[in-house]
Design a protein around this ligand. Sequence first.
Ligand code: FAD
Length: 380
Amino acid sequence: MSNAHDYQEFRSNLRRLALDKIEPHAAAYDREVRFPEQSLEAFKQLGLVGLAFSETAGGQDGDVLAQCIALEEIARVCASSSLTLMVIWAGLVPVAKHGNKELIETVIKPAMAGGTVASICLTEPHCGSDLFALRTNAKREGSDWVINGQKRYISNAGRSDWYTVLARTGEKTFGLFSVHKDDAGFSVGKRESKLGIKGSPTADLHFENCRIPAFRAIGDETKGYDYISESLTWTRALIGAQALGIAQGALDQAVNYTSERQQFGQMLSKFQMLRGMIADMATAIEAGRTLLYSAAEAIDEGYPDARKLASMAKLFCSDTAMKSTVDALQMHGGAGYMNDFPIERMLRDAKITQIYEGANEIQKLIIAKDVYDRNAERSK
Ligand SMILES: Cc1cc2nc3c(=O)[nH]c(=O)nc-3n(C[C@H](O)[C@H](O)[C@H](O)COP(=O)(O)OP(=O)(O)OC[C@H]3O[C@@H](n4cnc5c(N)ncnc54)[C@H](O)[C@@H]3O)c2cc1C
């Protein structure tokens, strides 16, 4: 996309897709704790999976801004659906970027048709924030790699075809590996019962002498951590987009409800206290959008402050999602507490954006480190 008009048109297409094909099922995905299959089909029709891949890999070469707009518009009506798409990207993009020719032919080329589901597998039972402590290991045996260990809270688990797994390959080195759902020694644990994003399955993964051929090591088997660090800057921006979409969805719901309900002979929308909440919400969302799009540009252009900006966008947009959903529910009064209205689902969905892809405390550590590092550089 080359100009503002292209992005505007892309957003309008996404908004239409979200309203026609995703929103009608969003409450059922949540209530029935069901994978968003119809959303996946809609992504396929619009070629959305290819958006995060280069044309040489068979994708559409969509920039990070376009990916953010897509996730924002989807999350505006259904956070689970936006997570499904985002996790497919997060699982497959490292393979496309660093995988060998055979791996790209096996995993990426078929995925561009849109039917493949993938997971990214970092977290373990004893380590989430402190990824360096991970214990899952991969050992080379002849022409194979053998993986042992356990992953925790993996999105799309049980529905994915491919799992991109970070595993220790030496005392201080890590590799990334592509594990297929049917590989011997691989199994998926029970689906977690959770507060929100109920359409997105979350489960443990078990690797017991899981043997995979050598070509399934993604790139250099000692550089997995570097690949993931690079990827996390991008995926944090994407979670910022998801959060922003949830916040915008909450604002939509608050405006609709306060424009329809009367108290004391007036529309709720006429009460100044509620108008103040709407103004605060709209302002925070616009500020978040500006920050997020700056982060997207920095990632696309390779600016040195991309990592900091992505953390800031994730932090700010997720806090905005949480506050906006709480305030929008408040404006619904008792009705907001009932699951007849989407706002209570949105509130439950918003919380996870402050936790995954690095909890917000971790984002603050990254931002503060960047601030001090720059200060130290300036005083040299
Ligand atoms: C629904 C869901 C889906 C997920 N999907 C995936 C997935 O697809 N793939 C994947 O790999 N992981 C996934 N995760 C895991 C997620 O990324 C982790 O839960 C998250 O990174 C936090 O790790 P933790 O849960 O181990 O918390 P911990 O690391 O134990 O942290 C607990 C608390 O301590 C704080 N804390 C930790 N260290 C510090 C510090 N140094 N300074 C200050 N505060 C600190 C944290 O911010 C947090 O508030 C998912 C999690 C959930 C809940």
